[in-house]
Design a protein around this ligand. Structure first.
Ligand SMILES: [Zn+2]
Length: 458
């Protein structure tokens, strides 16, 4: 345990249920929690960080991502907006099949570095790429990377089980069996899932897509997750609805309900194709939705009306999604994009979710989604997960009188001043503090070369 005193903080946006903003105060932290917020705090044993001119926000929480895709970025030959999803999958899956443990480790470090530098303190990854040639120890690589960087990590063990001859586009190299998938979920839960408050590593049972797995993959996954008391996650309403109607005669959410894959312990990525009635059903079940704005725009999907969804009681959190469809892993960028997209509905309905509500989706709602009450807002006893923005800069003059709405509305998307997880500073002065970044960058570049050479051949 170690103590830190954040001194002379310009303001703390807590995102608590009263929307409290503390001005000109100090924060005393005894790792992993916040001990006290107040004026004139002193502690002889604490390491002091001068926060003059800095605004503190709760750390951002991502609820949908595919880390390994950071090595498949900025390639116009697989540019998502200019092709159908099927064309895109046909091109990228043979590449994904070559992701080995080393590539998984370094691509995940790359994604996590981007996340942390932009204020993320809890990173969920939906990891479905376990190839026949390279084995199942992929989430293990992500756990190792997250521990090194110091970011809080939630690993979603994912899989697809339906073979091509049954109508899926999943190549045999990536296909798994329900049995193998469940076995590895159990291994990961037993090895890594920490149930204690302030836990740094947790596991989620997260089959990839309803249309690309057998029904029993989902029903058995739900049983296993509930046996161990862990959460569940999958993609939903991302273009598969017509196919599900054709194959099963029912919409995807009804199908998930039939498999028992719904409830307050489940959240779904995207949901672009859901009806208002379906969001009401999610609300009744207290299920969550992870909204990822960038792939929705790039995929040409409808812009979901977040205000209408919020009114159904559905918990909306935010995610970057994988870098094949969003070339950035910045949640600050996601806040801004979400805000801009909602303007379309705002004009129609005379107001939509506020920029501050969008910030709360990436903090409070992210914590609710992951079942982590000690995260997502700042107050005494809460985890010291936070980031700082230095507002004493020329470019912010005239923009900082309203700090609740500030980040998404003004578009604060650069690197933050510092990021702290469980009371430990893991990013400061432009560098990750726990690793030698130059060395990792060099090693990661070598690992990337193995994928790059394949992408060059497309
Ligand atoms: Zn996804």
């Amino acid at each position: 345990m170690s103590k830190t005193l954040l001194k002379n903080v310009h303001a703390i946006v807590t995102c608590d249920c009263d929307d409290t903003v503390y001005e000109n105060c100090d924060v005393l932290i005894d790792s992993p929690r916040i001990l006290q917020i107040g004026k004139g705090l002193e502690d002889d044993q604490a390491q002091v960080i001068d926060c003059t001119g800095k605004v503190i926000y709760p750390g951002l929480i991502g609820t949908h991502h595919h880390f390994f895709q950071t090595f498949v970025r900025n390639r116009m030959v697989i540019d998502y907006p200019s092709m159908t999803v099927m064309e895109w999958l046909d091109r990228v899956y043979p590449i994904f099949a070559n992701v080995d443990e080393e590539i998984m480790y370094y691509s995940s470090l790359t994604a996590m570095a981007d996340l942390v530098k932009h204020g993320c303190t809890t990173a969920f990854d939906h990891q479905y790429n376990h190839t026949k040639g390279h084995g199942v120890y992929m989430i293990d690589q992500q756990v190792r990377g997250a521990e090194q960087i110091g970011v809080r990590y939630v690993g979603g063990r994912s899989a697809n089980t339906l073979p091509m001859e049954k109508g899926s586009p999943i190549p045999p190299e990536i296909l798994e069996t329900t049995e193998g998938f469940l076995e590895d979920c159990e291994r990961l839960i037993n090895k890594y899932h920490d149930r204690e408050p302030y836990a740094m590593t947790q596991i989620v049972v997260a089959p990839c897509q309803p249309i690309n797995s057998y029904p029993e993959t989902f029903s058995e996954a739900a049983k296993l997750a509930r046996k161990h008391g862990v959460r569940m996650h999958t993609h939903l309403g991302e273009g598969e609805t017509a196919g599900m109607l054709e194959r099963y005669g029912m919409r995807t959410l009804d199908w998930c309900e039939e498999q028992g894959f719904i409830g307050e312990d489940v959240w779904f990525a995207h949901c672009w194709e859901l009806t208002v009635e379906e969001f009401e059903k999610l609300g009744k079940y207290n299920s969550g939705v992870s909204h990822c704005p960038s792939p929705a725009i790039l995929g040409g999907f409808p812009i979901i009306d977040m205000k209408a969804i919020q009114e159904t009681g559905t918990v909306i959190s935010l995610g970057c999604d994988g870098s094949s469809t969003n070339d950035s892993s910045s949640l600050l960028d996601t806040l801004r994009t979400t805000y801009l997209m909602q303007a379309w509905h705002s004009k129609e309905r005379g107001g939509s979710v506020s920029p501050y509500e969008i910030l709360k989706m990436a903090t409070v709602n992210g914590a609710k989604t992951l079942g982590r009450p000690e995260l997502g807002w700042l107050g005494e006893g809460q985890a010291a997960d936070l980031f700082a923005i230095n507002i004493q800069k020329l470019e912010y003059v005239g923009a900082t009188h309203d700090l609740l709405n500030f980040l998404p509305k003004v578009g604060v998307t650069g690197e933050v001043d510092f990021t702290m997880v469980n009371g430990a500073v893991i990013f400061k002065d432009g560098k990750l503090t726990r690793v030698i970044e130059e060395q990792l960058q060099e090693e990661a570049t070598k690992a990337y070369a193995k994928i790059s050479v394949l992408l060059d051949q497309i």
